[in-house]
Ligand binder design. Sequence first.
Ligand SMILES: NC(=O)c1ccc[n+]([C@@H]2O[C@H](COP(=O)([O-])OP(=O)(O)OC[C@H]3O[C@@H](n4cnc5c(N)ncnc54)[C@H](OP(=O)(O)O)[C@@H]3O)[C@@H](O)[C@H]2O)c1
Length: 373
Amino acid sequence: MSSKKPVVIYGVTGYTGRLVAEYLREYHVPFIAAGRDGKRVKEVMDKVPGIESADYEIAEVEHTTEALTKLFKGAKVVCNMVGPFMKYGPEAVEASLAAGCHYTDTNGEQNWMMHAEETWGEKFAARGLLLSPGIAQMYTTGEIAANICLETPGLDTLDILVLWKGFPTYASTQTIFSILTADFFHLEQNKYVQWSPFAKAEVQVPGQHAVAMALPWGGTAHPVWFKNDPRVANCKAMGGVFERSVMEGVVQITTVVEEQIKKMPKAQQEKALSDMAASLQAGMPPRENPRVNSTVDSVHASGPLGRVHCVIHGNCNYKQTGLLQAYAAYHLLQTPPRRAGFASGCQAFGHRELLGVLQSFGLSGKPIVSSYT
Ligand SMILES: NC(=O)c1ccc[n+]([C@@H]2O[C@H](COP(=O)([O-])OP(=O)(O)OC[C@H]3O[C@@H](n4cnc5c(N)ncnc54)[C@H](OP(=O)(O)O)[C@@H]3O)[C@@H](O)[C@H]2O)c1
């Protein structure tokens, strides 16, 4: 039997990676804690709560396909936390494929999802491996709510809202900015239709009287996941964070992107956006607190046979993400995914199963479902 630990957390030093480590410990799954700087990996791992009882080892690895392939060989699952994924993802996906590992990441970028499906979907499917970019609160929790609605037949239109309270991390801020130069889409009659870069809405938030501002947030994952789902013809998702000043900042930056940055050469665009993002978030937000950091995932599904509304009130966006990643690995070590190749969390593991995982760790409440059918 191989002595290799079966799961690799790549980017373990980040805010999310260390949470994956915490939850893998709770699932008793041995893992390799990997990052570009071994000393920093050790410093971070030493502070992970409860880590003294985890079965793990530390690895320093260069961010190249060759070095990552060597590290991944013999493992079964890669949990990649090094984003923005459109920028840093390809090496880790190529290496997972070369090493014969299932690949998951925490992406919320629609352009990365489309790229991953097109470039590697069939190759992973041919080897019976899962390629699941985007097992994370944004947007797996909303996908669970959508699938609860779709348990009622005859509903073909999804109107999705995803909001969370808290401040994005360094890489999340980089990601939010990096997707502003991309085209992004919703689904209309099974076809991608491009959003205006200036689209925004005041939305009614379930469970409160005040409205909030929501943006298409790069299109979200939902249109991609539901594109080839015969139950769904139309899918629009909006979201962001509750903090209005952050949302207003993104709207202002969208104008700068459209009027100035998109006119620059590609390499300069990336640097200008990355510098702007770094000026807003260079540090590490505090550890999440369930009494402060709430999440809301709300889905209105409608169609010829009626309407269903499902709301999932939860907490701690990053903890949900860390837990979902750890559970995905735990599941894949025991049994294959329900769908190999490119698949969402719900397509790979089942929406009721993932809801149970979030509920059992206190990260989501019972879904509130109302219907008229
Ligand atoms: N969709 C969701 O709900 C959701 C939730 C959580 C996270 N995310 C996404 O997950 C990603 C990570 O988030 P985070 O909160 O963990 O961010 P973070 O705290 O900034 O951590 C980023 C990680 O990436 C590593 N990294 C950065 N550049 C690298 C490079 N060039 N080579 C190798 N490693 C590099 C960092 O290593 P060093 O420590 O060495 O710098 C660190 O481990 C982001 O893209 C974020 O948007 C999404």
